[in-house]
Design a protein. Sequence first.
Length: 499
Amino acid sequence: MKTVNHWIGGKTVEGASGNYGPVTDPATGEVTTQVALASAEEVDAAVQVAKEAFLSWGQSSLAARTKVLFAYRALLDANRDAVAELITAEHGKVHSDALGEVARGLEIVELACGITTQLKGELSTSVSNRVDVSAIRQPLGVVAGITPFNFPAMVPMWMFPLAIACGNTFVLKPSEKDPSASNKLAELMTEAGLPAGVLNVVHGDKVAVDALLAHPDIAAVSFVGSTPIARHIHTTASANGKRVQALGGAKNHMLVLPDADLDAAADAAVSAAYGSAGERCMAISAVVAVGSIADALVDKIRERAEKIKIGPGNDPTSEMGPLITAAHRDKVASYVRGAAAQGADVVLDGTGYTVEGNENGHWIGLSLLDNVRTDSDAYRDEIFGPVLCVLRAETYEEGVALINASPFGNGTAIFTRDGGAARRFQLEIEAGMVGVNVPIPVPVGYHSFGGWKDSLFGDHHVYGNDGIHFYTRGKVVTTRWPDPSDAPAGVDLGFPRNH
């Protein structure tokens, strides 16, 4: 059986704890790989390697850093299919989704390639007599990233390219459910010329996470995952004196007004709710239909959802793959099975779905729940699967109030032809990312990604300007130099004595 080991100091390092976790092909249910789970001692060893590497990398020139990043961008582009295949094999998403994930990660690599302009400082001259003030940004040291299973390549690339470009060294703890993509990303970094120890990958479970959160040589922690874990990460790491950005869960709403193009809205709802099998924090999981269009909208969503082809991610005809684990599949199914008892109309029931020839895969079909109540489990919880809830509101104001009452504030969208309504929505809605006739408003790389309320813990969003500020700290230097004409008697520097 294949074993995924750690990547430390620019090379593979075999796990020493003796503990391994299973990695499953979600399409077959077969355990194909085992991943080494690090002990606290192994995490410390990786941090020490990163700490040593920082002594030189933190002082390296911007030209040296960007040379590596440009080479990395070319290698990643050339190997995007290979990375996507690893994602499909361990996560289960279809190949086109996996390729899209790599492409979004490449955006952040490209942002990091332009770090020379992002790290420019500021200068004010003659703020007082011969006094100048400058502001610069410097790296933090060793920083860590803890990333989720649903985007095993993209989310790590939201973090380490910028952190490294800013002069930090990085320890990545990816999800143990699909670890191979992270190792591939690190190997390509080494091939691009990154010095040993600047990027390290340590696999593990809670033991490794707790070791990172407590380690005195970790200056900052980036995290993406569920809200309960994000809250724990933020609380624990902050208590240990670390800078933290912890992105949590979501319940993203799509408000559809009566004037909207219902065909476009239905297309958007299906792609945003069921793409990547709903395993993404920016999935639309709740549609709020305003006024009389609800019935027609539900019919159009149902018609489209029934046509989605579910199958193995490596089948080019598949449009949606399996869920990551059988346990997660069963949890998602439980929300659908309990929905009717909590007042919902089950328009589509995807539970019990299977794929011929791959009956042991972690399959679930698409589910559509109508007339969902806000006090039901299917609405209150982040399901993280292909389940779309439809709620109804009589007015725009009622719909906005419903959305704003949610404890989550990651992303949201409005579908309308009315520019005035859209303008009000983007100002009145309490969420960090807003789409206008765009169902999944994930910002491009040079803007920052992050939510509000229980979807974000910490002051900084990820990537973009916020990411660069997170991975650096400011320093202000106030300088006064004597004028050369004020040199002591007997020393002539050739400057006139008179001003």
